[in-house]
Structures are given as C-alpha cells and as structure tokens.
Design a protein around this ligand. Structure first.
Ligand code: S3P
Length: 197
C-alpha cells in the first residue's frame, strides 16, 4: 500500500474510525467473466467485514434454476431483466460487496442504478488470463460454444467502453494475488472518498 494511503489508514485508526465506517455504500465489482470478481468479493468481504452478495447467485436462488438453464429456457433478455430487477432490490440494502455478472453494464439503466448505490470497481484481465481462468467452466452460456481467446478478446473489446464508463476505479488483476488486488482496491477507494469529502 502506498505511503499516502497508509497515512490515511493511520489517521483513521487514531481517530478510532475504520475503513468500513468510511465506506457507507455498496462496493460493486464489475468486469468481464473470469476477471476475479467472486474471489475478490469473498476476500474483501472478510477484510472489510462487509456482507457479500452475488447477482448471479441471487438470480439462481430467485428463479430456482442455474444460469445455463435460465438462458436455455427463457432466453438472454429474461436473464438481463432479472439482473436489472436484482439491482433495484439491492437499493433497499446497505454496505454490501456486490459481485456483478459480467454483462451487467450492458444496460445503461443498470449502470445508472449502480452509480446511485455505491462505488463501482472494475476488475480487468487480458483475454489470455480470462481464458485460462474460465476454460473448464460450463456455467457461462455466453462462452460455452466460444471458449477461445479470440472470441473473448472480441467480446471484451465490444464491451470495453461500457466497462470504462461505469468504473469509479480500475484494478488490473493479471499476475497479482488476491491480497494485492484487495489492498489496491481499498487504497483507491480511500483516495476516492477522501477526494470527495
Ligand atoms: C455473463 C456473465 C456471467 C453471468 C452470465 C452472463 C456475461 O457472470 O452473469 O453467464 O454476459 O458476461 P460472471 O461474470 O460472474 O461469469
């Protein structure tokens, strides 16, 4: 962690405040499939003592079906409607780490909604890294028949502007440990909050 952020931490500790007190909103993790949202979410949740939720898991629970089954039986639009409605439900809650499905930024209304509720953390990785992380998964219908680096690179390129426009902070995850990634997220969030205060 850089000196400036360490000083902010130290000051906060002196005042008896904790990072969690500074973060009074949802931390929304976005990024392409395999960018590391779930792994980061669970680590960050322990580190900040904040509850974590995952939009895909909430949809699976509500629908009583797994994601590939929802796509197959009801189509992608239905799944995207579920995502939008989950985001609306989250407005009633506070102070969560929200791991978002990779396509959540596709709808402008979702981004707008996320911006109202929290800070948006974009996790990035190269297509090669993504491929290595997701290649054995059968849970992602968008990639199931397209499991190769070229397709991943093309889809990432197509979505890139939307990810960048939504992000409050951006953290690259390639070749970093989850601990390094979370330190970087906390440091950047603190800087953002201090700047906005
Ligand atoms: C999707 C990403 C998936 C899941 C669904 C669609 C996407 O979530 O929401 O398969 O369009 O990028 P993860 O990003 O958690 O894999």
């Amino acid at each position: 962690m850089e000196k400036e952020a360490r000083d902010i931490f130290a000051d906060m500790e002196k005042e008896g405040r904790r990072v969690k007190d500074l973060i009074t909103f949802h931390i929304m993790l976005i990024g392409f499939m395999g960018a590391g949202k779930s792994t980061v979410s669970s680590y960050l949740s322990k580190q900040l003592n904040m509850e974590e939720v995952d939009t895909d898991s909430l949809i699976v629970k509500k629908e009583g079906k797994k994601i590939p089954q929802i796509f197959e039986e009801k189509g992608e639009k239905y799944f995207r409607d579920c995502e939008s409605s989950i985001l609306i439900d989250l407005q009633k809650r506070n102070n969560l780490i929200v791991s978002c499905g990779g396509g959540i930024v596709l709808r402008e209304e979702n981004v707008w909604n996320m911006k109202k509720q929290g800070r948006i953390v974009l996790l990035t990785a190269t297509p090669q890294t993504i491929y290595e992380r997701v290649k054995d998964s059968k849970e992602r219908p968008i990639l199931n028949d397209n499991m190769n680096t070229e397709f991943i690179a093309q889809l990432m390129e197509k979505r890139q502007d939307k990810y960048l426009a939504a992000a409050d902070i951006i953290v690259a995850t390639d070749q970093k440990t989850v601990e390094q990634i979370c330190d970087e997220i906390i440091e950047k969030l603190i800087r953002l909050e201090v700047k906005n205060q």
